[in-house]
Ligand binder design. Structure first.
Ligand SMILES: C[S@@+](CC[C@H](N)C(=O)[O-])C[C@H]1O[C@@H](n2cnc3c(N)ncnc32)[C@H](O)[C@@H]1O
Length: 370
């Protein structure tokens, strides 16, 4: 377990206790959840995640209307969003003073920013009760939260001020969700926000790792890069991502190891959801960022094994997403690390054979993990 994972784990342990306390409001008796609490919360997590994955019936409604859905949000989704935000902040070495959190809800991204050293976070949210939870939690940090109540779909230019970072956690998919022109509208929304960035400021959009939301994020990305907006991370390819032209199931997301908090672990187990990895899609964007195209590749798929035993991954490089494969008969000391690769690894591929769709690893090829 690395240092970053330990920090995130420790902070989530801290926040989980506070969230249990807050969830129980004035009837607080213990930091532990009863078996009945776990049952109610995991049932709600199942329902909410079906709503999110399935017909998206819950999108835009008040998630926090009843006690067990509030428990599901606070004790399951909240810590996950918190962990995702901190992971991005750590991995991209993002620092700053002032941040903006749009669609902040009860504030996992805002609190992650404050824990990360941001001094002031301005949080826009259309549901006041959600924002009030954030306000209470922010009292336990060293920073300051400024709450703004606004419907950013109806009033998309409501945002004021200049920031080092603008974050949107699981929010952009709720904007214009039933409008057939939604990607265009979201793109205009993001382009307007460029006026709210300080010099070298960045925009971070986090979305669920679901096929639909991830594909919409890639479509948005492809719109934005036409307006001199650079995808700083995670894509190695800075041009158009062509995977969107493939079939409707083709998409891309990030996946990281995390040390799972015991409460989340138990809820996810009871809800029948696999949560051993932190999975999400994200974009870190900057206007006219300077970059040099790297010559390494980012592994963007799990390992795929064909019937003949050929192992294959998809990797993202400066030319876009390509395939890299290894036939059993070509396995040698220099390349057998290939079989142990996992999504998120950065690699250099030395002396491969060029194929129609990417690369094939020869006996004399080697893979270097960086
Ligand atoms: C799925 S929640 C995400 C909350 C939090 N950012 C997170 O990562 O867990 C989406 C939030 O966006 C808010 N939201 C949706 N549409 C909005 C709009 N038009 N204006 C402002 N907030 C909105 C919702 O009320 C909700 O709190």
């Amino acid at each position: 377990m690395n240092k970053t994972e330990n920090i995130i784990f420790d902070r989530i342990n801290f926040w989980t206790k506070e969230l249990i306390k807050l969830w129980r409001n004035n009837q607080f008796t213990s930091y532990n959840l009863s078996e009945r609490d776990y049952r109610d919360i995991s049932e709600s997590v199942k329902e909410l995640s079906n709503g999110l994955i399935g017909d998206r019936a819950l999108i835009g409604k008040k998630y926090l209307a009843d006690f067990s859905t509030l428990g599901a949000y606070l004790l399951y989704y909240w810590p996950v969003s918190y962990a995702q935000t901190r992971k991005i902040l750590f991995d991209n070495q993002i620092k700053g003073q002032n941040a903006l959190d749009l669609g902040a809800g009860p504030g996992p991204c805002s609190i992650a920013l404050l824990d990360h050293g941001f001094k002031h976070v301005t949080s826009y949210e259309k549901i006041r009760n959600s924002a009030l939870i954030l306000k209470k939690l922010s009292g336990l940090t060293k920073g300051n939260v400024i709450l703004k109540e606004a419907d950013l779909e109806k009033n998309s230019k409501a945002v004021e001020g200049k920031y080092d970072l603008i974050i949107m956690g699981h929010f952009i998919n709720e904007l214009w969700s039933s409008n057939e022109n939604k990607i265009n509208l979201r793109s205009e929304f993001i382009q307007n926000l460029l006026n709210n960035l300080r010099k070298d400021g960045k925009i971070c959009i986090i979305e669920p790792a679901l096929t639909k939301t991830s594909r919409d994020l890639i479509k948005l990305r492809n719109y934005l890069i036409k307006s001199n907006i650079t995808v700083v991370s995670p894509c190695i390819n800075k041009g158009v991502c062509k995977i969107i032209n493939e079939n409707e199931n083709t998409t891309c997301h990030s996946e990281f190891n995390w040390k799972i908090n015991p409460v989340i672990s138990k809820i996810s187990r009871m809800a029948g959801i696999k949560k051993d990895k932190l999975k999400f899609s994200y974009l870190l964007l900057q206007k006219n960022a300077h970059f040099t195209l790297p010559d390494h590749y980012l592994v963007v798929s799990d390992k795929l094994i064909s019937k003949s035993g050929k192992a294959r991954f998809f990797v993202c490089g400066k030319e876009g997403r390509v395939s890299i494969s290894l036939n059993k008969k070509n396995m040698e000391n220099g390349n057998n690390i290939f079989l142990k690769l996992k999504r998120g690894d950065k690699i250099k591929i030395i002396d491969p054979e060029i194929t129609e769709n990417g690369f094939s690893i020869k006996k004399e090829s080697s893979i270097i993990k960086i």
